[in-house]
Design a protein. Structure first.
Length: 575
């Protein structure tokens, strides 16, 4: 059924990607004489038509297989092929029933050039020469890289992937809540990336006050509002909407984005105002996702829409070099002291800015859960590079995953696996106490491909303990890093854990839990004065900027949010 679905949809194009530069810097030498449907689930019957060799430039054949290193079983995977001159080549499955989805994004020198392949042998026609072939599969396998010399005959290569952890067997299932990949190609992607659940956008509108149905940038027909089962461990929920508003009435006027994942009916209303959108989303059991923290309207959305999710890893966090340091640069308040350089935010500065904005919202009383979204399809990042793992004590299903994500039984990661408890309870638990100063034991372990730099315990937005536990080799050949520490709270508040590793290129990879909440009678949680002062000043500027552009109902939402934070400001704690 799955393969039939892909075949029926093979002519669908990705119409949702914005007009970014994603062409190769040099000519695409594979399949130049055959029009290629970029980003499409392609039937590999075309394999023998691609790259018909000219007499003066004979092509050789590279045959490959991606396998499980322990069993030899063929695996779906993401494969990249590059020659010594820096040109990229894209393989096809040998089987006519296999699928191969090409992805080409190269933004400001941060490339994502690969093909996601079904669990089938692949082949590619190449000019004779030396190539680097890389196979990857999500977060739980070590990538494998091989140098191969292709001559005028056929060359064979096997790429065995070693699985260093199996999170599903531990009861954890991953998702990416922001995807611009087409529904047609998503079954191929979730298997190749070993992503348990994906939410491809079915509707995407960029003009204010325009319905996502009428202004939809996704041209495929609206899907049915029900999960699509790929196999027992992989699902797709297809009806999801993004309002990403950069104009009003045909004129530029930035507002921002919000995602609605898992809704049941179409959204026929434009935004702003956003209140009716939120009402429909919550009524249908959908989840609202901030998308990014520094959109101009994001801090208004928290009280007005009662947003459920905050992307601690968002679509500016890429596997390639960080390149968006100037995006909303300068919006962050001075108190955050985020890291910057001549290019704007550093990679850590951008991540830290998101963390601290999330902490400020938690301190304002919003029980928003962290999530991860790559925006794959619009950015040079594979689906699931940043992902949220959700614990499934009642077994994996779409309904259970959404329920536990909303409950906060989760952690976000771009690499390491962070398994933590507080007093033996999972993330999302609420402790109710009659006294202040109670001690809480934070314990767990980090499982990772690389040694852990540090584990940090965050209480009410401040790092109160920094641990440098010893990383030990795990039986699966990764690293296991156990940790434990005691913390106490003076009143109501929250606790979270985060950890950091660095890969061989010294790039930051992190994981961050959802918070545990502590409720102490007569000692409510209060934001710090510097946090709420920043939010009030920001929304006051926004309200002035929108006057004369937004209609009264939309202005009233900004005013209501400003009044909400001003009330918090009265009782905010000293910095």
């Amino acid at each position: 059924m799955l393969r039939a679905f892909v075949l029926l949809e093979m002519k669908s194009k990705i119409e949702s990607a914005p007009p970014e530069s994603h062409r190769l810097s040099r000519p695409h030498k594979v399949g130049m004489d055959v029009p290629r449907l970029a980003g499409v689930a392609c039937v590999t019957l075309l394999v023998f038509l691609q790259g018909s060799p000219a007499a003066a430039d004979p092509l050789a054949v590279l045959n490959g297989r991606v396998t499980d290193a322990r069993t030899g079983t063929l695996l779906p995977a993401r494969v990249s092929i590059r020659d010594s001159a820096g040109e990229w080549f894209f393989p096809r499955c040998v089987s006519a029933e296999g699928t191969a989805v090409d992805y080409q994004r190269n933004r400001k020198g941060s490339p994502a050039m690969h093909t996601t392949l079904s669990a089938d042998p692949f082949m590619v026609r190449l000019p004779p020469g030396k190539y680097t072939v890389t196979a990857q599969r999500g977060k739980e396998y070590f990538p494998v890289e091989r140098e191969v010399v292709v001559d005028t005959d056929s060359t064979d290569i096997v790429l065995p992937l070693v699985r260093w952890i199996h999170m599903a067997r531990l009861g954890w299932y991953s998702g990416d809540t922001h995807s611009h990949r087409s529904l047609a190609e998503t079954p191929n992607l979730v298997l190749a990336e070993d992503l348990n659940l994906s939410f491809p956008l079915s509707h995407w509108v960029s003009e204010g006050r325009v319905s996502p149905v009428k202004g939809n940038r996704v041209l495929a027909p609206a899907p049915q509002p029900e999960p699509i089962k790929i196999d027992d461990d992989h699902l797709v929920y297809p009806l999801n909407t993004e309002y990403e508003l950069g104009g009003i009435g045909g004129r530029p006027h930035a507002l921002g984005a919000v995602l609605i994942i898992g809704h049941k009916t179409l959204f026929h209303q434009g935004a702003p105002p956003v209140g009716p959108v939120a009402e429909q989303a919550h009524r249908e059991g959908a989840l609202l996702d901030f998308e990014k923290h520094s959109w101009s309207w994001s801090l208004m959305l928290a009280p007005v829409m009662q947003v459920d999710l905050f992307e601690l890893s968002n679509n500016h966090v890429w596997p390639g070099p960080f390149q968006l340091g100037k995006w909303t640069f300068g919006m962050n308040p001075a108190y955050m002291r985020v890291a910057t350089d001549q290019n704007g935010y550093t990679e850590w500065g951008w991540i830290d800015y998101g963390f601290q904005t999330y902490y400020a919202l938690l301190n304002c009383g919003f029980r928003i859960q962290p999530t991860a979204g790559t925006g794959s399809g619009a950015h040079p990042v594979p689906l699931g590079f940043g992902r949220v793992y959700v614990q499934q004590p009642d077994g994996f299903s779409y309904e259970n995953w959404i329920k536990e994500l909303k409950a906060g039984r989760s952690f976000v990661t771009t690499g390491p696996m962070l398994l933590a408890t507080v007093n033996g309870r999972p993330a999302g638990h609420v402790f109710v106490s009659a006294s202040t100063g109670d001690a809480y034991r934070v314990a767990g372990r980090v499982e990772s491909r690389y040694r852990v730099d540090r584990v940090e315990i965050v209480v009410n937005g401040l790092v109160v303990r920094t641990l440098t536990p010893r990383s030990e080799r795990a039986p699966e050949e990764g690293f296991r890093t156990p940790f434990s520490a005691d913390v106490s709270l003076a009143g109501s508040g929250w606790i979270a854990v985060r950890t950091f590793t660095r890969n061989r290129a010294s790039r930051i990879r992190f994981a961050h839990t959802s918070p545990w909440h502590v409720e102490v009678a007569d000692h409510p949680l209060k934001p710090r004065a510097e946090e709420v002062d920043y939010i009030v000043r920001h929304l006051d500027r926004e309200l002035r900027r929108h006057r004369g552009v937004l209609e009264p109902a939309s202005l009233a939402e900004f005013k209501a949010a400003l009044d909400f934070y001003r009330e918090l400001e009265v009782n905010a704690t000293a910095n």
